[in-house]
Design a binder for this molecule. Structure first.
Ligand SMILES: C[S@@+](CC[C@H](N)C(=O)[O-])C[C@H]1O[C@@H](n2cnc3c(N)ncnc32)[C@H](O)[C@@H]1O
Length: 259
């Protein structure tokens, strides 16, 4: 039997209470924001990577777009599918790991929000190769010139939260910007050991370039508080608007969809 990754275990158990998180309460406004940035044709196709319980995917489908929601967690997807059914909208739901999923040039836009896969590392994932493989898969899936919006953890804020003691005790790695912690998916359930990767803006520009995408804008984009504002040091998340501009570079082409 296939062994679940740590994030899959975490989100399978967290799924029933995911939408209690306060940062999930601004979805309609967030989709307005996405549509201003994505420049979609009417009825265009959108891939939501790490779609979770489908809040953006369903809202986009309600507005007439052809949406695919991709997620690692079957429990998150099951809640998403029930919600879409309740709203009588069609969304294509796919359970897959974003490091392995690509549909060459199928989509007019991709969204990857609230660390939907990007920055959520498995225990043995390499902190450069794993996010790069997700970016390359997303880039491959975009039509030429199509746009993508991401929100990812801000390394500056992560660094400011930690002390040398945290580094010595293995909670934060200043070389890879990886936080390691134990997180209970629900009160009363056993904690799961997880790894979260934050990013600095310059490396994001470089990673996107390797994947054949240009970063058009970066703003402060903390979940529940999106806006076109400069990134400050304590902003938890960075919002990235990018555009597919080129074929994968040699380094990107080497980052094959992982088996
Ligand atoms: C914090 S939730 C964000 C959900 C949604 N994008 C939102 O904004 O509410 C992160 C989601 O990413 C999914 N995820 C984590 N790693 C993934 C991977 N490698 N491939 C696909 N989905 C992944 C999780 O299962 C979870 O549903």
């Amino acid at each position: 039997m296939r062994e679940k990754t740590t994030w899959e275990r975490f989100f399978d158990a967290h799924a029933p209470i995911y939408e209690d998180n306060v940062f999930t309460k601004n979805t309609v406004h967030e989709v307005d924001f996405l549509l201003e940035e994505l420049h979609l044709p009417p009825g265009g196709s959108v891939l939501d990577v790490g779609c979770g319980t489908g809040r953006h995917a369903i809202e986009l489908a309600e507005r007439g777009y052809a949406v695919t929601g991709l997620d690692l967690s079957s429990e998150m997807l099951s809640i998403a599918a029930d919600a879409a059914k309740a709203e009588s909208v069609h969304v294509e739901w796919i359970r897959a790991n974003a490091t392995q999923f690509t549909m060459p040039e199928r989509y007019d836009a991709v969204v990857c929000l609230c660390e939907g896969a990007f920055g959520l590392l498995g225990q043995s994932d390499d902190p450069i190769d794993q996010p790069l493989s997700i970016l390359c898969n997303i880039s491959r899936s975009l039509k030429p010139r199509a746009r993508a919006v991401f929100t990812v953890l801000n390394a500056a804020a992560m660094i400011r939260r930690f002390q040398d003691k945290d580094v010595a005790e293995g909670r934060f790695d200043p070389f890879t910007m990886v936080e390691s912690s134990e997180c209970a998916p629900q009160e009363g359930l056993p904690a799961v050991a997880v790894r979260e990767r934050a990013f600095v803006p310059t490396e994001l520009i470089l990673l996107f370039r390797i994947a054949g995408m240009s970063v058009l804008n970066m703003w402060g984009g903390t979940a529940g508080n999106w806006g076109r504002r400069p990134l400050d040091l304590d902003e938890i998340e960075i919002m990235i608007v990018a555009c597919k501009t080129a074929e994968l570079s040699a380094a990107g082409a080497a980052a094959k969809p992982r088996a």
